[in-house]
Every structure is written in structure tokens, then in C-alpha cells.
Design a protein around this ligand. Sequence first.
Ligand SMILES: Cc1ncc(C[n+]2csc(CCOP(=O)(O)OP(=O)(O)O)c2C)c(N)n1
Ligand code: SF4
Length: 538
Amino acid sequence: MRELLMGDEAVALAAVHAGIGGAFSYPGTPSTEIFEYVAQQASKGEPVVARWSANEKVAYEEAMGMSYVGQRALVSMKHVGLNVAADPFMSSALTGANGGLVLAVADDPGMHSSQNEQDSRFYGQFAQIPVFEPSNQQEAYDLTREAFDISERFGIPVIVRLVTRLAHSRAVVATEPRAEARSRPRVSDWREWTLLPVNARRRFARLLELQPKLGDYATRSSYNQLRLRGPKGIIANGLANNYLNEAIGMDSDYSVLKLCVYPTPVPLVRELVGHCETITVIEEGYPFIERQLVGLLGVPGKRIRGKLDETLPLQGELTTEIVQKALGLPRATVAQCLEKIPSRPPQLCTGCPHCDTYSVIVEAAGTSVRPFFFSDIGCYSLAALPPYNAIDTCVDMGASISMAVGAAKAGAHPVVSTIGDSTFIHSGMSSLIAAAHDDLNMTVVILDNALVAMTGGQEVFATGEDLIKIVYGLGVPEEHIVRLKPVESAHEENLSLIRREIEHRGLSVIVSQRACIHAKRRAKEVPLRAPVEHALSG
Ligand SMILES: Cc1ncc(C[n+]2csc(CCOP(=O)(O)OP(=O)(O)O)c2C)c(N)n1
Ligand code: SF4
């Protein structure tokens, strides 16, 4: 079969065709569509479980559980999600995998919709497991299928790393017939998955013993391709190969190593370096290969060019034009035209409930003492901009409450934290327990818009009275759990209510309850598609 697929969809379909029992994820651009495509396949009758998880750590552990009992599992997330899942991820390299366990992680160079840039290849190296990095949608499909086989062959998890341009662009993909879903026998030795130090030492030794085999596998992989021609050498990773091919064409005299499977295939790198006088390393992401190549002292007699000597920029996405410039080739004119397009600042939708909530917070806060406004990641982060200017911090999911705890403990007042419902469930709840336990002098506003709006409107685990019950269950005094309806007609009432709770010398939680204006439309759509995609963070 041939299908027109986004990179994300190619990964999802490959996983379904590889016979996964389930897919687990927490939304985040540019990875969201991986899970949504699996969910779409499940709704068409594929025997696959697809359920959003409360956060990425939970998603990873759910996938581990499925692998442990012998079924194949896919877990997907955006790059910063892997920071949240890092704890089980790192230990899963020791437990290993039973049913194939594949982590699809989507990096966002250029920060199109993220709070930072990071390169997940380092996580693969850190955990000492294979990383597959497709250069196009066909490879996204093929390599994901191979990832499940390799995971089972070596008994370890495998990372499939995508980047935004690949995740969100489409190409025709030739697919293979679906494999029969097979369950592997249960793990017979309890010591494999029980990482008491005595077992963990043994499992770590096993992981170290695997390394030469993994290196050998990567060197032989047909996805790593070495083409020896002239004395000018190039190493390009994953998607960067597209920019390179566009810049130099297929018949150029450059010697090229196309790198898509890690651990780094050292013999191939050595062969290229031995053959060439200069090596230009073109990487989408950090200078990961380049650093390995240069080390502390460089390669005697060879010139290594790349991000470290500023031949290519250290920050942002690559483009064909950047690659052309790095190689001293004439620059295409397309980029010059694109540079002239004015940027459009993101905005909250007209009629958004967050607008009413923030206008009342700003008015209640007054002008004499500006509160310390701690906030979080979601559509509501846009309240950092005029006319609200009501956000002083936005760092990582869940940080608003924990940072407010730190500020309250330092004696600051007023301290106001704003957090969305999904972010609260993701990682705000655990911080609120401490605030409630010590009855800290701070005000938390939970923006309950009944869905995960910023990433396209996925469902939340708790909204309305269910959310109130969670807040109560975490120990917040009932008399300081306040419901607020963010509508213009209730403005005066809301104003006195927020003023009262900010003045209260203890913890208050105000739950602002009104659905996102896209909620009804979203409820009708299966599978879910994004009503808005903000350029701020997702
Ligand atoms: C660790 C991590 N995972 C996922 C994301 C992507 N992301 C950004 S905001 C957000 C949730 C926003 O939902 P909510 O808190 O309900 O606010 P809303 O957008 O609905 O206002 C997600 C999943 C992220 N930035 N960081
Ligand atoms: S998508 Fe919903 S929550 Fe986000 S800005 Fe628009 S109305 Fe507000």
C-alpha cells in the first residue's frame, strides 16, 4: 500500500503494523499526532489500546508495563516530555524490554512551539540504547518497524527521534502488511525487572556488554550510508540529509556519511575521515557527532567544520540555505523571500475564558503592590503579553505552584499562581500537597477550561466538580476552595472574591470554570485535530 503520511503518522502506522498492543502518550507539539493517529486506527477497528496518560512519566511506565507482560508498546512525547519521563526511561535501559518497547520522541529545533531546544540523541547515549533518526517519512515508517524488532532482539528500549519538519510534513509512504500481534512469554527471572542494587548492578553489566553488539549493528545498518568520492567530506544526521541533498544534488563530488542509526558507527566515521581532508558535520540538533569527532584535541591533519567553529549556527533549525552557505555554495532565493514575511504574534481567541479570568485577576491585584505572578504552560501563558501582563514566570509544566511555594516560604506576598487544568493534573497536584500541608500564604488559580487546549483540545482527566474533589483531597481547606465563573456579567462578584482570597493569609485555590470555546466542536471530532496552534509553546 502507498499512503500520504506525516512523519508522526508514519511512526504511528508502523507501530500499528508492527503489532503493538497499545500506545501511550501525553500531548505535546510536535509529537501529538503520533498518538492521535494510533487512536484513529483503533477507532477503525485495529486491536490497539490508545489512551492519553496523565503525564509523560506515567505514559512511559504504562508502556513498560505492557512490554513487561510481553506485548509491544509505543510511547510518544515531545522532547521536554522526556525530561519528565527520564526517571523510568533511564532505568528501563537496565530492566530491558520484553515485548518491543519503542519511544518516539519529537524534538523541536527552532522552538516553533516549545520552551527550549534539546537533542534527544543525548538521552539515547546517556541511557546507552539505540537511537533511530529517520531522514524522511518512508524511513520514519521503516525504522519504527525495525525499532520493534531490534528492541526484542537486544531486549532493550529503542528511541525513534523525529524533528518538527519531519513530524509535520507529508510524503508518500509504501507500507508493509501488518504483522501478527504476538505476545512474548512472561519474564521468568524476577531479578531482571526488580532493580534492587544487587540486581541493578548485574543488569547494568549486561547493558555494558551489549554495547559492542549495538555498535556493530549500527555500523552494518543499511540506513547508515557511506559514499566515498572527493576529499571534501560531510556527515549529516537524519533530516539534515534532505537539506544536504537539496544543496549539493545527488551527483556531487562530496564524500558523504548519512547517519540515521546510533550508537555512532565508529568504523564508518573513521573511513570517511581517513579518506577526506575536511569534514563538515551538518546536524539538526546539537553538535552531537561533531563533539565526538573533535573531542578535546581535534583530529590531527584534518579540518573539522560544523557548529563548534560556527560554520553552522548553534541555535535553531537548519535550512537548505544554511547548508549552502556552510559549503560555500550560492544561496537559493526562497529563504530571502521568506525572511520578508512579517511574523504574527500569537493571541488568545476572542471569547476565551482565560481572557475573563485574567482581566479580573489583574484588576483584583490592583496597582500598589504587584503580586508575584507565577504561571505555567498552556494557552493561558499568553497572558504574559499585553493587555494582561500578568505572568512573571513560565518555566516547565507544573512549576507555577512549586515556585509559588518557594516564594511564599521566602515571605513574599501576594503570591499568585495560575495553572491550567491539564497542567495541574500533569504535575501541579504534587506541589499543591506541600502548600496545603503547610497552609502557605499563596493563591492558586486553576484555569479549568475542560480540555488541553494548547495542544489541540485533548481530553483532561478531571474537570468541574471532579477537579474540585481532587483539590479538596490534596488537603486544601474547604472554605478556601472557591469556584469562579469567568464571564463579564460576574466581573464585580469575581473581583471581590479574588481580592478576598489574595488577602487571606494562607492557601486559597480558586477554580475558574468555563469551557474553551472550541470544546463543543472538539467533542464531535474523532480523532481530535487542533483548533488553534499557538506559536508560543505547546
Ligand atoms: C513536559 C511537557 N509536556 C507537554 C508539553 C506540551 N504542552 C504545553 S501546554 C500543555 C497543556 C496545556 O493544557 P492546560 O494546562 O489545560 O492549558 P490550556 O492550554 O487548556 O489553557 C501541554 C501538553 C510541554 N510543554 N511540556
Ligand atoms: S483554544 Fe480555547 S483556551 Fe486556547 S485561546 Fe482559544 S479559546 Fe482560549
